[in-house]
Design a protein around this ligand. Structure first.
Ligand SMILES: [Zn+2]
Ligand SMILES: [Zn+2]
Length: 241
């Protein structure tokens, strides 16, 4: 067994031991949690579900519609999107603790919440978490997309690989760019391992989908390599781009 697999086994055993000794407790308000979940029923009910959204990009819409204005003008390069939550209070508190505060327990809660959600989309052959640039991975110590993807892939019995897609350029500082500039900035940011045969249907997985520029670039990369169907999965969709 490799060292990271051993570490994971150890961490999983430790988490089970802690769960057996300590009661489940809400990570948002401290009230008793639910069985198997560090979140109380009231906070769970407050999480913003993304029930009416664009059929193609999951952009939250006030009423369920076929396509948002942006997708009507220009269809994204992926085939379907799934984002069970909207990025807003109080989910954003758990997400920022997970992403910027090294709170991996918050990440486990988010992953469990996601695993409970339902999608009518066909199961993919493979899940690919969006990779971080190695520099950013060293700074953060973990890839938040991979941390979310690993338990989901196990729960849904879908293979997952984190060695197929690589980030070649660090493109994280995109907030000041407009949409067209973000797309240009993304070009050539990802590469694929040439030696690995790709299946027909892949789901790209990320934590939060904002403009979709990152996922679009990854989807294009996969489509150009001959993948027939590419779906994008995100835990949460930002309400506007
Ligand atoms: Zn609570
Ligand atoms: Zn759309």
């Amino acid at each position: 067994m490799r060292t990271d697999a051993l570490t994971r086994t150890f961490r999983a055993r430790l988490a089970r031991l802690q769960a057996a000794l300590l009661p489940w407790r809400c990570q948002l308000c401290g009230a008793p949690g639910q069985d198997g979940l560090d979140l109380c029923h009231a906070c769970d009910a407050d999480l913003p579900r993304n029930r009416s959204c664009c059929a193609r990009c999951a952009l939250p819409l006030p009423h369920a519609a076929e396509l948002c204005g942006e997708c009507q003008r220009r269809l994204p390069p992926w085939d379907a999107a799934w984002a069970p939550f909207r990025y807003g209070w109080p989910l954003d508190r758990l997400e920022s603790r997970f992403k910027f505060g090294a709170d991996l327990a918050a990440g486990r809660t988010l992953s469990k919440l996601w695993a409970r959600e339902f999608t009518s989309l066909e199961k993919p052959d493979l899940i690919l978490p969006v990779p971080l640039h190695p520099k950013r991975l060293r700074q953060r110590g973990y890839n938040q997309a991979l941390e979310l993807a690993r338990p989901l892939a196990a729960a849904w019995h879908v293979p997952m690989r984190s060695d197929i897609l690589q980030r070649e350029r660090d493109t994280a500082a995109q907030t000041e760019l407009d949409r067209a500039a973000r797309r240009r900035n993304m070009r050539g940011a990802f590469s694929l391992s040439a030696s690995i045969a790709l299946p027909a249907h892949i789901a790209l997985l990320d934590d939060v989908m904002t403009t979709g520029a990152t996922l679009a670039e990854c989807a294009l990369r996969l489509k150009r390599a001959g993948v027939r169907r590419v779906d994008v999965w995100a835990l949460a969709r930002a309400p506007s781009r």
